[in-house]
Ligand binder design. Structure first.
Ligand code: 9MR
Length: 459
């Protein structure tokens, strides 16, 4: 796809990104309590259309305690090290995806989505890349982005395209071999990434950009503002949020989130951990995200304290024996108390005994393709157990891949059928599905939807 001809509707991107935020929690944990509060982090976050995720390591997927907690609590998975440059291209032009596949497959088999981390970074470069400079390095960076994104095309919700490109303290660019190829390396990385996988959200990710008064925060803000003004593709900012004495929580975090969001990008808390795991600090950070409609999700950087890169700080939500800590309860309660965010506003429950459905359908289109994020809400009082959603695609649209439903046929009058694990939609509940399609110019949505024979409200 030519960079020149490639355009993506800004408004459509926003809506699609927001609606897409629903998918993870639905599949990971809709379990509710008698009071209506969700019993898992993913389920609680999903109530406001957000995800709650974690960094997951391939080496721990054989640990049943680890996978039990992760499978239950998290709807978004970030491979902790397996998608980094040294892991995926250890020898130039020889890509290696076995360890990344282990995590991506574990996640997708359980209906979870994946954040990709990371494509261009000064750290964890393989030796061959460390020794490159100038045009050779720039070409290698572009080749790397293309190689990895092609492999996972359509399977990564958001990519940290560029990681940690700014200097602590000064607010200038961090010196690195990539930076020495020219200031435009970040922009080139994002343009390359958009062309490689138009369906992936493209994020800039960094640490110490949580405090609105810090020079580094403002420097990243100015980068994003400039990209937005010049049409350089960027969809989201990842704020790592490694909180400790050197980088303490400050309530102006909410201002940072809303300021970035006001530039027209989503914000995501991508690597949250809090030294000492203060329940109050965890709750404050979650509440800050919930207060900003475009804060679409939160990921913690590991499962148990013993899984943390800073294990000695015991910064996570589960202790080394897998027991939830007070911080876990604080986060769960904060999520359950959350205000409606990017997801659809809950519709009032109709009188007992009625059947009803509401479909929201957000598209994000580019010149030859589109993604559709569909939410099916049960607005009746009768539980749905097993569903078929029927709709007619405009001429020229053809589904190429989908998630959370089986689609047949690919064109025309399509039926989306549940995949078993998501067959149940309780009253006032919803489920999120979606697909990618090609089109020949008409990117409109279907005019109407029928759920198990009942016409649905739309919007
Ligand atoms: O958690 C990761 C740890 O296992 C690695 O040894 C380390 C190497 O750089 O990277 C850690 O993850 C980092 C992430 O990729 C970027 N932000 C900071 C994270 C903690 O260092």
């Amino acid at each position: 796809m030519s960079r020149k001809t490639f355009r993506r509707g800004i408004a459509a991107v926003g809506v699609a990104a927001l609606t897409a935020g629903m998918t993870a929690g639905i599949t990971a944990g809709m379990a509710g309590t008698a009071s209506g509060a969700a019993a898992t982090l993913a389920g609680a976050a999903e109530q406001s259309g957000r995800y709650f995720g974690a960094a997951i390591s391939a080496g721990k997927l054989g640990d049943a305690q680890y996978t039990t907690i992760a499978g239950r609590e998290f709807g978004m998975v970030t491979p902790e090290n397996e998608l980094k440059i040294d892991a995926t291209e250890p020898v130039q032009n020889q890509f290696s995806f076995a360890r990344a596949d282990a995590v991506v497959d574990w996640a997708t088999a359980r209906g979870k989505r994946v954040r990709g981390h990371t494509l261009a970074w000064h750290s964890q470069q393989p030796a061959w890349m460390q020794s490159l400079s100038g045009t050779a390095l720039r070409t290698a960076m572009v080749n790397h982005i293309n190689g990895v994104m092609a492999r996972y095309q359509g399977r990564i919700h958001a990519w940290d395209v560029v990681n940690e490109a700014f200097d602590d303290g000064t607010g200038g660019r961090r010196d690195s071999n990539l930076q020495r190829t020219g200031d435009d390396w970040i922009e080139v990385a994002f343009r390359t990434a958009r062309a490689a996988d138009p369906a992936a959200r493209l994020c800039y990710n960094d640490y110490n950009i949580e405090n609105w008064t810090w020079a580094k925060t403002r420097a990243v803000y100015n980068l994003v503002k400039d990209f937005r003004a010049r049409g350089v593709p960027i969809d989201c900012v990842g704020l790592q949020a490694h909180v400790n004495s050197g980088s303490p929580y400050d309530p102006n975090f909410r201002t940072t989130l809303s300021s970035f969001a006001a530039l027209g990008v989503d914000v995501q808390i991508t690597e949250l951990d809090v030294a000492g795991a203060s329940p109050g600090t965890y709750a404050a950070i979650v509440t800050d995200c919930l207060a900003v409609p475009r804060c679409t999700g939160i990921s913690v950087w590991g499962v148990r304290d013993t899984d943390s890169w800073r294990a000695w700080e015991t910064p996570l939500l589960f202790d080394g024996s897998g027991a939830p800590k007070p911080a876990y309860t604080a986060v769960l309660n904060a999520l359950n108390a959350g205000t409606p965010g990017p997801g659809p506003t809950p519709t009032p429950t109709p009188p007992p005994g009625t059947a009803g459905c509401r479909v929201t359908y957000a598209t994000s289109a580019w010149n030859t393709g589109l993604t559709a994020d569909i939410t099916i809400a049960n607005t009746g009082t009768t539980p749905v157990s097993g569903w078929r959603l029927a709709f007619t695609l405009p001429g020229g649209q053809a589904i190429t891949s989908g998630w959370n439903a089986a689609y047949a046929p690919a064109r025309g009058a399509v039926t989306a059928t549940d995949l078993g694990y998501n067959a149940a939609i309780p009253p006032a509940g919803s489920t999120a599905i979606g697909f990618q399609a090609t089109h020949t110019g008409d990117t409109a949505r279907p005019a109407s939807f029928t759920l198990n024979g009942t016409a649905c409200a739309v919007g």
